[in-house]
Design a binder for this molecule. Structure first.
Ligand code: ADP
Ligand code: MG
Length: 728
C-alpha cells in the first residue's frame, strides 16, 4: 500500500525514465502528484451511438474494433494507424498519427472508448487522434453498462483533465499515474480552520483534490477550483500578515527631519523635483521619523527619477550620523549609482563607498575623488562606521560587512532580489550587530533594524499588490520629469530585418547608438529552450549576433556584453559605450535595468516573444532618454497569435502598469508572479484577477490570526509554505 509521503520511486506505475522528469515538475512524492493540478479539461462526457454522430462534434463512442492496420502515407512517410469501430448503430473510422505501437494494444475484437472531435475525410466521418481507452469485456447490452463504465474511465467519456505537458510527460501518462491514487486523497488532512470553511462555504480539501482531477460535473469542478485557489491566496495572505505582525514588534532608528538640509539640497539641484518625487520623499521622511521600521516600496516607471528620491533619503540618514546601504542588482548599475552619488552629494561631507564582486572604491569626503582601496580597508572602514553611504551589488550581504550604524537599506530594482536576500541584508546585520565589539560602538543598535526602501520600475498590478505585498506601504512616481519621451515601437517580421538595419545605420551615422538585445549568450546555452515548444534553435544569441552584425556593419564599432564576461571587461565596454566609442552594443538582458545612456536611440530586441511585457517595457526605457527621436524594434519569428497579441500591447500602451495587467491576463499569473519577479511560488490555481476571492482570503487570514484559529496542520502547512518561498 502506498502512502502520501512515499517517494514516487516506490510507485510501481512510475517508469524509471520518468522519475527525473517528474522531479522537474516538483513532484517527489505521492502527495505532490495529487497536488499537481490540471489546468483545463476536455469535455467528452457526451456518449453517442455512432449513427447519431454529426460533423465537428465532440463525442465519445463506445464500440468494438472490427479492423485495425498500420500504414504509411505516401508523400510524407508518416505512420498512420487506422481503425474501424463499430457499435450496434453503425461504424466509424478512427486514425492516429505516428503511434504505430498502438496496434499492440488496440486489437481486433477489443472493446474501446474513443473520444474526440469528428472531421470529414474522403472516407466519411473520422475521429483523428482521439483519446482512447480499452473497456473491460462486460455484457454490452446491460442497461447500466454505460454508467458503470464511465465511473471507471479516465481518458475518455468524461471531463478529461489536461495537465501542463512540459518535459515530455503527457497528460495521458499523468492521468495513468494519478487516477489509481485518487482514493489516497482521503488521507490528506485539511488545514483550513473549520470556521473559515463554513463561513466561505468551501469544499473539503480531500474532496476538492478528487474533483479537480476527475470531476463528476462542471459545477463540482468549479467548486473544487474555488477551494484550491482559496487555499493558495489564503496562505500567501497569512504569510504576509504574519510577517507584518512580526515587523510591528521590531524597532528602528528614529531619523529626525532636517528641513534646512533638505531645502538647501533641493534648491541647489539642476532641476525641480516633480510633485510625485516630493510626495514620495515626504512619505519616506515621515516613516523614518518613527521608531517602527519603514517598509516602503517606491514604484515608478522607467525614468521617473527614483534614484533622486533614494538620494534624498540617504542624505537625511547619513547627515543624521547613520549609515545607508544601497543595493543594486548588477555591477553596471551599482557603478552608475556610485557616479550619480558623486555628482549630487558633493560638498555634503560624506564618505561614499562602492563594493562589488570585483572592486572597492571610495569617494573620500575631503577630496571627493574616486580612489581604489583594498577590500580589507574597505571592510574596516564600513565596520567602524566610517563609510556613510555604501553602494554595492549583492556583495553587500555576502562579504561579511557589518554596519554598526545602519539605519537605511535601499534595494533598487527589488524584484531582482529574492525575499531571502532582502531579509539577509536587514536581519543579517542585526545578528552581526550583537557582536560585542559592535555593541560597544553602538549600543542602540542591539535590537534595532534598519528602515527599508525598495524601488522597482516593474509595475505591480493592483490585485497583486493587494495580495503579495499585503499592507506594504507604496509610493508611486507618476510623472516622467524629462518629459514624455516618444519611443516609436514596431514589431518587425523576419523579412523586414533590413529595414531595422538601415535604421541603425542612419542613426549611427548621426553619431547615435543602438542596443541589440538577445535572450541568450550562445546557442549552446540550452537552459532557456528546454521548456519551450518552439525549440531553442530559434532563439537568438549574443555571440552569434555579434559576429553577424560585424559583417553587416563593417564601418561601425560593435561590442558585446553579457553576464559571463569578466567584470573588468564589462566595465570597459559600458564605459566605452557611454563615451560613444561603441556604435552598437549587443547584449543580454543585463542592460535591462536602470542603464542610462541618453545618446542611444535604437533598441532592437531579438526573439522578443521570450520576454515578459514588463521586461520589454524596461528595455524600451533604455532609449528615448534625450530629446531625439528613438526606436524600439521587436523582432520575432513566432507566428503565434498569442505572441502577436502580447507584443502588440506594447505598441498601444506606454504605461508600464497597464502592460503588467495585460501580461497577467494573457500569460496568466504563473509566469508573471514567477519566483524571480515576486519572490513567491507560482500561483498554480489562484486567479489573481479575482478581486473578490483575494478580498475574502485576506479577511480569512486576518480572522485566523486575530481569533487564533491555528490548528497543528495549518502550522505545519505554513512552515512548509515559508520554506518553499525561501528556496525559490
Ligand atoms: P529611474 O526611476 O528609472 O531609476 P532615474 O533615477 O535613473 O530613473 O532618473 C532618470 C533621469 O532623470 C536621470 O538622469 C535623473 O538625473 C533625471 N531626473 C531625476 N529627477 C528629475 C527631475 N525632477 N527633473 C529632471 N530630471 C530628473
Ligand atoms: Mg533606476
Amino acid at each position: 500500500m502506498l502512502s502520501l509521503n512515499d517517494k514516487i520511486e516506490k510507485y510501481k506505475k512510475v517508469g524509471q525514465r520518468y522519475i527525473k522528469k517528474l522531479h522537474k515538475l516538483g513532484i517527489y512524492t505521492i502527495y505532490d502528484l495529487l497536488f499537481y493540478f490540471p489546468h483545463r479539461y476536455e469535455d467528452f462526457s457526451d456518449i453517442i451511438p455512432i449513427a447519431k454522430v454529426g460533423l465537428n462534434q465532440k463525442v465519445t463512442i463506445l464500440g468494438e474494433i472490427v479492423e485495425i492496420i498500420n500504414r504509411k502515407t505516401f508523400k510524407k512517410r508518416m505512420n498512420i494507424t487506422e481503425a474501424i469501430i463499430q457499435d450496434k448503430s453503425g461504424s466509424i473510422r478512427a486514425i492516429w498519427f505516428n503511434q504505430p505501437y498502438l496496434i499492440r494494444t488496440l486489437k481486433k475484437k477489443k472493446r474501446i472508448a474513443v473520444s474526440g472531435k469528428t472531421t470529414l475525410s474522403e472516407y466519411g466521418l473520422t475521429l483523428s487522434n482521439p483519446y482512447y481507452e480499452l473497456l473491460p469485456n462486460y455484457e454490452f447490452s446491460s442497461d447500466n453498462y454505460e454508467s458503470f463504465l464511465v465511473s471507471k474511465l479516465k481518458h475518455t467519456a468524461r471531463l478529461v483533465p489536461i495537465y501542463h505537458e512540459t518535459y515530455g510527460l503527457s497528460s495521458r501518462y499523468l492521468r495513468y499515474l494519478i487516477y489509481p491514487i485518487i482514493p489516497l486523497a482521503d488521507k490528506i488532512p485539511d488545514f483550513l480552520p473549520s470556521e473559515i470553511k463554513k463561513k466561505y462555504n468551501l469544499m473539503d480539501l480531500s474532496f476538492a483534490i478528487k474533483e479537480i482531477h476527475f470531476p463528476k460535473s462542471l459545477g463540482s469542478m468549479e467548486k473544487a477550483r474555488t477551494r484550491l485557489s482559496f487555499d493558495e491566496l489564503f496562505l500567501i495572505n497569512l504569510n504576509v500578515l504574519k510577517q507584518k505582525y512580526e515587523l510591528l514588534k521590531e524597532k528602528s532608528f528614529s531619523i529626525p527631519f532636517n528641513q534646512n538640509l533638505i531645502k538647501n539640497f533641493v534648491e541647489n539641484l539642476p532641476f525641480k523635483l516633480t510633485d510625485s518625487q516630493k510626495i514620495a520623499a515626504w512619505e519616506i521622511f515621515q516613516d523614518m521619523q518613527k521608531i517602527k521600521p519603514m517598509n516602503r516600496l517606491l514604484n515608478g516607471d522607467v525614468g521617473s527619477g527614483k534614484t533622486m528620491v533614494a538620494i534624498l533619503a540617504s542624505l537625511l540618514v547619513c547627515k543624521t550620523g547613520y549609515q545607508t546601504a544601497f543595493m543594486a542588482p548588477t555591477e553596471v548599475l551599482a557603478k552608475q549609482h556610485f557616479l550619480t552619488l558623486k555628482k549630487f552629494l558633493k560638498g555634503q561631507n560624506l564618505n561614499i563607498g562602492l563594493i562589488t564582486g570585483s572592486t572597492q572604491k571610495l569617494i573620500g569626503k575631503k577630496t571627493f575623488q574616486i580612489m581604489q582601496i583594498s577590500k580589507e580597508r574597505f571592510k574596516k572602514m564600513v565596520n567602524e562606521g566610517k563609510i556613510d553611504l555604501v553602494v554595492g551589488t549583492h556583495t553587500l550581504i555576502q562579504d561579511n560587512l557589518s554596519f554598526p550604524k545602519l539605519a537605511l537599506v535601499i534595494v533598487d530594482e527589488q524584484h531582482r532580489f529574492g525575499v531571502e536576500q532582502r531579509a539577509k541584508l536587514i536581519i543579517g546585520n542585526i545578528e552581526k550587530q550583537t557582536n560585542d565589539k559592535l555593541k560597544r560602538i553602538n549600543k542602540e543598535a542591539k535590537r534595532t533594524i534598519p528602515h527599508l526602501l525598495s524601488m522597482s520600475a516593474t509595475p505591480i498590478p493592483r490585485t497583486l499588490a493587494l495580495t503579495v505585498y499585503g499592507d506594504l506601504d507604496i509610493s508611486i512616481l507618476k510623472e516622467i520629469p524629462t518629459g514624455k519621451r516618444k519611443v516609436i515601437t514596431k514589431i518587425i517580421p523576419p523579412e523586414k530585418r533590413n529595414y531595422a538595419y538601415n535604421l541603425i545605420r542612419k542613426q549611427a551615422k548621426l553619431k547615435k547608438q543602438a542596443f541589440v538585445i538577445c535572450p541568450r549568450i550562445e546557442t549552446k546555452d540550452e537552459k532557456l529552450g528546454i521548456r519551450k515548444k518552439t525549440g531553442w534553435e530559434d532563439v537568438k544569441a549574443v555571440k552569434e549576433e555579434y559576429e553577424k552584425l560585424k559583417d553587416e556593419f563593417p564601418e561601425f564599432k560593435i561590442a558585446m556584453l553579457h553576464g559571463k564576461m569578466k567584470p573588468k571587461e564589462k566595465e570597459k565596454i559600458m564605459k566605452d559605450f557611454s563615451l560613444n566609442k561603441i556604435n552598437i552594443l549587443v547584449s543580454t538582458s543585463v542592460i535591462e535595468v536602470g542603464i542610462d545612456i541618453p545618446n542611444a536611440t535604437v533598441i532592437v530586441i531579438e526573439s522578443a516573444e521570450r520576454f515578459g511585457l514588463a521586461q520589454l517595457h524596461q528595455f524600451r526605457g533604455r532609449v528615448g532618454r534625450s530629446k531625439h527621436k528613438s526606436y524600439c524594434l521587436l523582432f520575432t519569428n513566432s507566428s503565434s497569435s498569442k505572441t502577436y497579441r502580447r507584443l502588440k500591447a506594447l505598441l498601444t500602451s506606454k504605461n508600464g502598469f497597464e502592460l503588467a495587467e495585460k501580461d497577467l491576463q494573457i500569460r496568466g499569473p504563473g509566469e508573471l508572479t514567477g519566483k524571480r519577479q515576486w519572490g513567491i511560488p507560482d500561483l498554480t490555481m489562484a486567479s489573481l484577477n479575482d478581486l473578490e476571492l483575494i478580498q475574502k482570503t485576506k479577511e480569512a487570514a486576518k480572522k485566523t490570526i486575530e481569533q487564533n484559529l491555528w490548528n497543528p496542520v495549518l502550522v505545519e502547512k505554513m512552515k512548509s509554505f515559508e520554506k518553499k518561498i525561501h528556496l525559490e
